[in-house]
Design a protein around this ligand. Structure first.
Ligand code: IMP
Ligand code: MG
Length: 176
């Protein structure tokens, strides 16, 4: 029923696993000599599946926290207006923070969240996104770790939704 709206598979389950494994290795090597646990901050809801795989591929001590910010509502166009709907539990002051997102599209969400988190004076703040659509960028963002660049198509699955649907698909598919 729901699968009718997915027109093709862009990234298979196997490719996702390989990508996450490589990201985990890269992140592990950057934080090798970390003193306190890395705080991995996931942006809900989109990043929850990616984040759960990613933290198991990272081999340094870490804790997880989550944040919900408003971005799209039910449509497919980003608004520049980003608000915190649910904030972090932890203080990130003087801590190493890795911000994890499902996809960077216009860059609006990431840029605003990075600014908000930087205002809390972390020791370091790095960014990781599973997917990236460089051709859609409106504002510049620094992505320290990026899983895959994809073309300008609306994708779903592996946590990413259209109108809250399709998050459960184990692959990344293109919406019709
Ligand atoms: P941005 O603010 O335009 O960079 O959009 C970021 C947010 O929009 C992401 O966190 C996603 O939740 C959502 N988004 C952007 N592109 C897609 C897509 O192709 N599929 C599903 N969600 C998307
Ligand atoms: Mg989203």
């Amino acid at each position: 029923m729901t699968e009718k709206r997915i027109s093709k598979i862009l990234i298979t389950e196997q490719e996702i696993a390989k990508t996450v494994e490589q990201l985990g290795k890269n992140i592990t090597s950057v934080y090798q000599d970390i003193e306190e646990e890395l705080i991995v901050v996931g942006l809900l809801k989109g990043a929850f599946i990616f984040m759960s795989d990613l933290i198991r591929a990272i081999n340094v001590p870490l804790i997880v926290d989550f944040m919900t910010v408003s971005s799209y509502g039910t449509g497919t166009v980003s608004s520049g207006d980003v608000k915190i709907v649910m904030d972090l539990d932890s203080s990130i002051e003087n801590r190493d923070v890795l911000l994890v997102e499902d996809i960077v599209d216009t860059g609006n969400t990431f840029k605003k969240v990075v600014r908000m988190l930087n205002n809390r004076n972390p020791k370091s703040l790095r960014t990781c996104s599973f997917l990236n659509k460089p051709s859609r960028r409106v504002v510049e963002v620094d992505l320290d770790f990026c899983g895959r660049d994809i073309p300008d198509e609306f994708v779903c699955g592996y946590g990413l939704d259209y109108d809250q649907k399709f998050r459960e698909l184990p692959y990344i598919g293109v919406l019709e």
